[in-house]
Design a protein around this ligand. Structure first.
Ligand SMILES: NC(=O)c1ccc[n+]([C@@H]2O[C@H](COP(=O)([O-])OP(=O)(O)OC[C@H]3O[C@@H](n4cnc5c(N)ncnc54)[C@H](O)[C@@H]3O)[C@@H](O)[C@H]2O)c1
Length: 249
């Protein structure tokens, strides 16, 4: 498939996990991928990997919790490739802990990166996406549909992303912009060993987030992202795709 021939996709969180898998999937389909991540070291070889796989890559270090950084990243992508056809917002963090012990600083950090970062990137990219009738794919989570404990800030951020995505779809749908989300179940990335998991965590309750067939790799989410970001999904708007191995079912 070459669904991204002549398309430009801006991916945040591109240095690792699902963002990296999406970057590679789009590159294999000959897309031009602008890769953004706060982790400069991990971002190092991503653009080169895109070229190896048949696409064109460029990258920029970006902290999505900083609005100026988000605006500069979108501008740099447009300067480099002339347009943005799709924005894939995968940058995110998880912090766990008993809610009564959770610090205000950590609560704010999770919301700043996950929810505000997604909003800042959308806001900066929307004028460019409207020019080409493009689309946005945001990172929600199966946690929006099947709650698990010790992650109130993360769950709040993902619920916000899901609802904001649907709202943006309705706000901009008539102007040709699509906004969808992926809702991964538990996926084998660096997020699989989250900081702050309480020592006395109840694993029986935590196992609510486990897929019937065990943990899948990030490529299963990349497949859904590539579908939503491509013209194959031209009539799919305001939707989420759960990719969770029947966890929620
Ligand atoms: N792995 C899972 O089980 C799972 C489940 C549901 C949802 N998700 C969501 O999928 C997305 C990708 O997660 P992942 O599993 O690939 O995790 P990951 O940790 O492998 O990748 C997240 C990436 O985001 C980057 N990032 C973190 N803070 C950033 C910031 N301030 N600015 C820019 N980049 C930043 C990290 O450097 C990293 O490269 C996240 O939004 C996550 O919440 C993951």
């Amino acid at each position: 498939m070459e669904r991204f021939e002549n398309k430009v996709v801006l991916v945040t969180g591109a240095a690792s996990g699902i963002g990296r898998a999406a970057t590679e999937r789009i590159a294999r389909e000959h897309g031009r991928v602008y890769c953004a991540d706060v982790n400069a070291e991990a971002l190092g070889d991503v653009a080169a990997r895109v070229a190896e796989l048949g696409g064109q890559g460029a990258s920029r270090v970006c902290d999505v919790s900083k609005v100026a950084d988000c605006r500069a990243t979108v501008a740099a992508c447009v300067e480099r490739f002339g347009r943005v056809d799709a924005l894939v917002n995968m940058a995110g963090i998880i912090r766990m802990g008993h809610t009564e012990d959770f610090s205000v600083e950590t609560w704010q950090q999770v919301l700043d990166i996950n929810l505000s970062g997604t909003f800042y990137m959308c806001q900066a990219a929307i004028p460019h996406l409207l020019e080409v009738k493009g689309n946005i794919v945001n990172a929600a989570s199966s946690i929006c549909f099947r709650a698990t404990p010790y992650a109130a800030a993360y769950a709040a951020s993902k619920g916000g992303i899901l609802t904001m995505s649907r709202m943006l779809a309705v706000e901009y749908g008539k102007r040709g912009l699509r906004v969808n989300s992926v809702a991964p179940g538990s996926i084998d990335t660096s997020m699989a060993a989250p900081p702050g998991l309480p020592e006395d965590a109840d694993f029986k309750v935590l196992s609510r987030s486990m897929a019937l067939t065990g943990q899948a790799g990030p490529e299963v989410i990349a497949n859904a992202i590539a579908y939503l970001a491509s013209d194959d999904a031209h009539h799919v708007n305001g939707e989420h795709i759960l990719v969770d191995g029947a966890t929620v079912a």
